[in-house]
Design a protein around this ligand. Structure first.
Ligand SMILES: Cc1ncc(C[n+]2csc(CCOP(=O)(O)OP(=O)(O)O)c2C)c(N)n1
Length: 570
């Protein structure tokens, strides 16, 4: 059968099970768009390629399966780069397909020519420049296999226009790419870890996003209870552990509750699982967990010893390792250590003024969202103070229900990621529950970075609510200038803030602004109970800060605490 490279690429994606692709067309990718015209694949036309990248990420983060974004050459490809780099740092399986100028033009500074291969090399797990349509038969399944195997990540495929238009004879089709299983680690290493865990007196589990990726959250929970070990989570691991579990100590690091960081000071054994000792989690590394023997389980061998040299380093799939570790461990009660964790947690609770006085204090807001949103709600965030308030005060109950840009910290992530999550819920029968909502919590700075995607959302009519915590500031920047730059505020305040409700309506979406004087929380729950997309602007106090906070570069024990609560928060 003679077909074009474009039809070949489309067929390989269909065979891979891809049902939705987000992107924007342009000259160098038009042959492929022409092939999509007769496809079962649904194309979501975004308004900016970064939006397409984050929509694909939203789908991938909810399902754990690689999702696809699409762009033309040159500016289309460069607009995708941030979303690709973001996927790399948060280990999200993504396949980014870009058009490229024809091969005879490569290297001539042709119209919309950019070295996509070179640009994506350092930000992908792997990247390809396709030279002949026949190569697609190998490259496409391999791209999905690489994106989903071991530690997931983004893969880029750059396809010159002449590769898309050339015809070849295809007589047989390759198997779709599937994740390869990771080689198991040795029994000896697991035995040694089991001995250390059993003899430890004050063990702590330090869970990262890898626990969720590996589907190992139930096993981690069982391990915590078998050992009576308190659990701290990175931002990426929130949802791995039920928030009401007595061993759950919440997020560690820069914006952790004080008790969580203090507990780590006392730990004598730290078992890191699928976490990477990120600086936001560890603070000054040399002073992180000063008394603890470190054990580290990770699927990526490069992570073992990258930041902290562990006494036990186990490379492998966390679910595989934990299921082999558990039978080697006796049940241990550790009543003193359990009690210490509870004591530290209750002695250092998050501070907020009473709800009746300050219903729109961000901590009260996040707690309120936790009360009214069903447990299966998917929450996405942007980047800034609002992201940290959600991490501190919103109870993330299930894995894969908090989608946030943890590693790259990309403002503009929240809205398109929420749209992608809602698309995934709509497409995957097992995930869709009637009325299941996606809520994007954003800031007035971040939302403007991909505001154009409200048009995409309006078109798709998905159940996405966008909550904009509006402080008329780049809040986290303002906070750092207040605390660490002697209140020299520079480029943190917005003199002009749009009317977000009117803006939403201009895009064809319901929009409202909460009025602090008229029962704003009831208005918020009513708005969230109404079906369809909406934008809810929530005025918050300009000077509200996220506390506690570890100054950048300081040890985690040096947390700045909440000063006397001011009534101006109300
Ligand atoms: C693309 C991008 N540019 C700059 C930054 C640096 N940055 C981190 S937080 C922040 C402020 C975010 O403001 P806003 O979205 O209003 O959230 P708030 O902190 O006020 O809750 C900035 C500028 C970033 N994270 N991402």
């Amino acid at each position: 059968m003679k077909i074009t490279g474009a039809i070949l690429l489309r067929t390989l994606l269909e065979r891979q099970g891809i049902r939705t692709i987000a992107g924007i067309p342009g000259g160098a990718i038009l042959p492929f768009y022409d092939a999509l015209h007769r496809s079962s694949i649904r194309h979501v036309l975004t308004r900016h390629e970064q939006g397409a990248g984050f929509i694909a990420q939203g789908m991938a983060r909810v399902t754990g399966k690689a999702a696809v974004c699409l762009a033309t050459s040159g500016p289309g490809a460069t607009n995708l780069l941030t979303a690709i780099a973001d996927a790399r740092l948060d280990s999200v399986p993504l396949v980014a397909i870009t058009g490229q100028v024809s091969q005879s033009l490569i290297g001539t500074d042709a119209f919309q020519e950019v070295d996509t291969y070179g640009l994506t090399l350092p930000i992908t797990k792997h990247n390809f420049l396709v030279r002949h349509p026949a190569e697609l038969l190998e490259i496409v399944p391999l791209a999905f296999q690489l994106a989903e195997s071991g530690r997931p990540g983004p893969v880029a495929i750059d396809v010159p226009k002449d590769v898309q238009t050339a015809t070849i004879d295809v007589s047989s089709w390759p198997e779709p790419g599937r994740p390869e299983s990771t080689a198991p680690c040795s029994d000896e290493l697991i035995d040694a870890l089991a001995r250390s865990l059993t003899s430890a007196r004050r063990p702590v589990l330090y869970l990262g996003g890898g626990v969720i990726t590996a589907g190992a959250t139930d096993l981690a929970l069982e391990l915590a209870h078998r050992l009576s070990a308190p659990v701290v989570c990175t931002l990426m691991a929130l949802g791995a552990m039920p928030p009401e579990d007595p061993l759950h100590m919440g997020m560690l690091g820069m914006h952790a509750a004080k008790g969580t960081n203090f507990l780590l000071e006392e730990a004598d054994l730290l078992l890191a699982i699928g976490s990477r000792f990120d600086d936001r989690a560890t603070g000054k590394v040399a002073e992180f967990c000063p008394q603890a023997t470190i054990a580290h389980i990770d699927v990526d061998a490069a992570e073992i010893g990258k930041i902290k040299t562990p006494f036990h380093g186990l490379v492998g799939d966390a679910a595989n390792i934990l299921s082999r570790l558990l039978p080697r461990l006796p049940h241990q009660n550790r009543p003193v250590w359990r009690a210490r964790a509870i004591e530290l947690r209750s002695a250092h609770q998050l501070v907020a003024p009473p709800r009746a006085e300050a219903p729109l204090h961000p901590v009260n807001l996040c707690r309120f969202l936790g009360e009214i949103l069903p447990a299966d709600t998917i929450v996405t965030t942007d980047v800034g103070q609002h992201q940290m308030w959600i991490a501190q005060a919103y109870p993330v109950r299930w894995p894969r229900t908090l989608l946030t840009s943890g590693g790259l910290g990309t403002m503009g992530f929240g809205l398109p990621a929420a749209t992608g999550a809602a698309l995934a819920l709509r497409a995957a029968d097992g995930l869709a529950a009637p009325g299941r909502r996606v809520v994007c919590v954003s800031g007035d700075g971040s939302i403007l970075m991909n505001i154009q995607e409200l048009a995409t959302l309006a078109e798709l009519d998905l159940p996405v609510a966008v909550l904009i915590f509006n402080n008329a500031q780049l809040g986290l920047v303002r906070q750092q200038q207040e605390l660490f730059f002697n209140r020299r505020y520079e480029a943190a305040h917005f003199a002009a803030v749009p009317d977000f409700a009117a803006l939403a309506r201009a895009f064809g979406i319901r929009g409202l602004r909460l009025d602090p004087r008229h029962d704003p929380l009831s208005a918020l729950s009513d708005a969230l109970a109404t079906p369809g997309p909406c934008v809810i602007e929530i005025p918050i106090h300009e000077q509200a800060n996220v506390y506690p906070m570890v100054p950048p570069g300081a040890a985690n024990r040096q947390m700045i605490a909440e000063p006397e609560l001011s009534s101006t928060y109300a």
